[in-house]
Design a protein around this ligand. Sequence first.
Ligand code: SDX
Length: 428
Amino acid sequence: MSEQVELIVEGKSIKLPVIEGTEKEKAIDIAKLRSETGYITYDPGFKNTGSTRSGVTFLDGELGILSYRGYPIDQLAEKSNFIEVAYLLIYGKLPTSAQLTAFEKEIAEQSEIPSNIGTILNGFPADAHPMGVIGSLLSALTAFYPESIEANPSPEALHKLMVRVIGQLPTLVATTYRKSKGLPVLAPRKDLDYCSNFYYMMFAEAGKEYKADQVIADALNKLFILHADHEQNCSTSTVRIVGSSQASLYASLAAGTAALWGPLHGGANQAVIEMLEEIKNDGGDTAKFILKAKDKNDNFRLMGFGHRVYKNFDPRAKIIKVACDQILGKLGVSDPVLTIAKGLEEVALSDQYFVDRKLYPNVDFYSGIIYRALGIPTEYFTVMFALGRLPGWIAQWKEMRDDNEPIGRPRQIYIGETERNYVPIDNR
Ligand code: SDX
């Protein structure tokens, strides 16, 4: 007999099954709660609610553990590369050498974008925020590839949709950037690895010989791996719930991009650098900003600090902090905001307000410092997050479809007006 819990509602006892995951997490399955009691549960922000059962990513917020398909994040960040991790997330196992070579080749072959995308981009203001542009372009892919709208694509058709968007997103981003700067657009190069090709398309000088920089490629691989998935975060949950209506993969990814943009989520990496710049320009007085973050009358938050799940350190932040010193050293870049960030972390971690609330640096706290050292414009930091998160969104969307999950439709507790009768307008 599987484990059960007993709930007594208005004197009536019901037994609810307990489900246990492979990492020994437990949940109460409330599928029959409403039918047997008329009650629903209430959990704003879903802080205590599991929306699905997933085999893609595991994280333990108390212990600071993160793994993709059972592989610890530090091993993957150290030894793997982004496209290999993308394959692992989507297909559930590390590829053989032949499988990885074929996957990389397919992605490179799919990296061109329809020429009319350039026409669409001509319609955007040059200073449009790239997250809004990229979200629009992801949705626009359904117009160029109508077969993507098919409610139940075959595995072969789905594989093609996935490979194509992994290949095209860097090109969409680079084309957006180059056009916004009035620079000639550079077509993807199939002789470069994924990260080097992205960096080439963004920053190479047209017509000049280009030599990929391995330090930059390694930095991008590491950052993309660390951002690749994070179980049921806000944007991934958005991708899953949009996909649960049988909307296309591209429309679901566009929705996830919109959710990621918010400063409480992926938009935090841009907000962190803007905050660190503000502290630097204000004379570097971190104590003053710590006080602001604690002041309930001030809606200032220490961006890059705190996390819904990690109540100990965010393992990604630890890896990125070390990488900061390494990458900036290799690039010969010294950035005063790195010193400010380290000082801010030190002061915050010894402050009772942050200790009591278990607020630690998260993935966004140091990542922007590396992006800046790589020459990525600040308004593109969250776009970099989306580039990294893409395979995770795809893997989670595919899992939701493979598991034939029902359309997502939460319930509510109604607190509005009741028993009102219509009054003709002349009598109001
Ligand atoms: C990401 O979910 C994921 O997995 C996300 C992510 C991923 O990979 O997908 O990890 C990526 O989104 C990382 C988070 C990036 N966001 C930020 O850095 C923005 C700043 N942090 C927060 O706003 C906040 O910490 C959240 C949004 C991340 C988490 O918010 P919660 O879990 O809803 O917690 P809360 O807002 O209820 O805060 C609890 C307390 C409150 O104080 P009290 O009411 O108890 O007095 O902590 C305080 C908050 O005011 N608090 C902060 C704070 N974060 C929380 N106070 C100051 N500065 C902060 N950053």
